[in-house]
Design a protein around this ligand. Sequence first.
Ligand SMILES: CSCCC(=O)C(=O)O
Ligand SMILES: [Fe+2]
Length: 188
Amino acid sequence: MAPEAWLIDENDEDQRLPHHRNPKEFVPLSKLREIGVLYWHVDPQNYESNEELKKIREDRGYNYMDILELCPGKVVNYEEKLKNFYREHIHADEEIRYCLEGSGYFDVRDKDDVWIRIWIKAGDMIVLPAGIYHRFTLDTSNYVKLMRLFIGEPVWTAHNRPQEEHPARQGYVKSLMENSGAHAVTAH
Ligand SMILES: CSCCC(=O)C(=O)O
Ligand SMILES: [Fe+2]
């Protein structure tokens, strides 16, 4: 199973709308992998006792966990938080989110700096690599419940674009180049 992902049509419409291009241009999971995005589907029912989730957390060292619910009325400074989530940014570390209920859009920049929109629903777990430019918005359902995971003490600091000098950004760009280099070699 894979999340639906597509290239964005950038226009001034509400950010909660899908922003499909015409015609629609879907993006396969393999393309997301190429830019370092990881994905699992984990049954969101009884997630507390889910063995697969436990294994992912153990394998990747995700010992920190909390739950974030986003909907109007439930969150302090709701509008401001959402505005900040939708501002293009990077982090020094991975961003790991597991959707328990509801849905939302993670937008990530591809290698050519084009926006890809990834539609996350209950059961979708996604890891954005450190240094990737991204942003988040609710969709028109206006509700999401997310598990946030982290290795060690969490740091949620968002570094807004531009961040070309940031070590995490430089490391990410380097990993992209090494990745495409490997493809060029195997193509010969
Ligand atoms: C609401 S989770 C995703 C938003 C985001 O990019 C972040 O928290 O840094
Ligand atoms: Fe983020």
